[in-house]
Design a protein around this ligand. Structure first.
Ligand code: MRU
Length: 351
């Protein structure tokens, strides 16, 4: 399947509108910062690495029409655009990392004319997309070693092609193992409330020819008890220095189930998802989303009496003690995480 989640086309950010899947594969071109931030908020574009690229390109959209040629005025506009993009979603580290990348490159080049700085920002956004493609391939390469021929893998949400530029993190590991000729069976948790597992993961796995079975979220324990799951792999939105990992709500449940059933639980994520400034998951801001996402099936049909109080945290944090290893673009990081995360990214050494 030849699809690309985000691209730069026709002087616009071209994204797949993920709210339309699996019924329709629709691309939309976005040329305004406000429209891009709305697309992020309503999950037309989503998934941590994809958000990193979208955020970087969003900052470019916010500054490209700046009419002046003075650095000071341009810099204020840049900060304003960065702040606006940063307010779109709080949890994925990649989103902030993407903003910081383009702002840093602009600052480093502030001696150049504004027109040139704008081009530099755009090319940094394109570079982020290219780097993400190669990061995902590396994650796939390292992670596939953890999968045996005939492995049964369970995953949650969508950490695949649609959550990155191409290939995916958790699903990239599966694609890589399949490409090596291993027979892999995947269980895709539907992922209430917005069904990224059924709508997106099942869709792309099926299109890629992977043997995928969709399950309701509450089926995972029973499957594990029957010995039908060999390992769980999930993506991450933000990973703290001690390995605590935020991912789609329900990921923590799976990690606890894995511990009980003595099944390995893996997180797959690129370096851009790590937040080295925070010590633990307690410092991760969890996005709270609207009540209607839970109270209505896909925002359409009520499944609760009007006025029912609803709680809708979009993510949870899995304690690092429950994570068997973190599969990264630098290699596989195993506990103790505080020491080994530092080593992997400072010294390029993984165990
Ligand atoms: O709310 P979403 O759909 O953006 O949540 C996405 C996830 O939780 C993914 O698992 C995570 O971003 C990793 S994507 C490689």
């Amino acid at each position: 399947m030849n699809i690309r989640t985000i691209d730069w086309k026709n002087n616009s950010v071209r994204i797949i509108d993920q709210t339309k899947l699996p019924q329709k594969l629709v691309y939309i071109d976005i040329g305004r910062l406000e429209a891009l931030c709305r697309a992020i908020k309503i999950l037309q574009v989503r998934g941590a690495p994809a958000l990193g690229a979208a955020a970087a390109l969003g900052v470019y959209l916010g500054v490209r029409d700046y009419p002046g040629s003075d650095w000071t005025g341009f810099h204020s506009k840049l900060k304003e655009a960065a702040k606006y993009v940063a307010s779109s979603r709080p949890t994925a580290r990649n989103l902030f990392w993407g903003i910081e990348r383009v702002c840093d490159v602009a600052l480093k080049n502030n001696r150049h004319p504004v027109s040139r700085i704008k081009r530099i920002i755009l090319s940094e956004g394109k570079k982020i997309m290219q780097e993400d493609i190669s990061s995902c391939r590396k994650i796939g390469f390292y992670g596939s070693k953890l999968l045996k021929h005939n492995s049964n893998v369970l995953t949650i949400c969508n950490a695949g092609i649609l959550a990155t530029i191409d290939y995916g993190t958790a699903l990239g590991v599966i694609y890589s193992a399949c490409a090596e000729g291993k027979k892999i069976k995947v269980f895709s948790c539907e992922t209430r409330p917005l069904m990224q597992g059924s709508r997106l993961s099942s869709w792309e796995l099926y299109k890629q020819g992977v043997d995928v079975t969709m399950i309701a979220d509450n089926t995972a324990a029973a499957l594990m008890a029957e010995g039908k799951v060999d390992l769980v792999i999930a993506g991450a939105d933000r990973i703290a220095s001690n390995g605590d990992s935020a991912n789609k709500i329900g990921t923590f449940n799976l990690a606890i189930l894995c511990k009980y059933h003595k099944i390995p639980f893996y997180i797959a994520a690129p370096k851009s998802t790590f937040d080295f400034r925070i010590k633990s998951g307690k410092d991760i801001k969890i996005e709270m989303r609207g009540e209607k996402e839970v109270a209505r099936i896909l925002l359409k049909k009520d499944i609760a009496p009007p006025g029912t109080r609803v709680l809708n945290p979009a993510f949870d944090v899995t304690d690092h003690h429950l994570i068997s290893a973190i599969i990264t673009d630098k290699g596989i990081i195993r506990p103790p995480y505080v020491k080994n995360i530092g080593r992997a990214f400072r010294e390029n050494k993984c165990v």
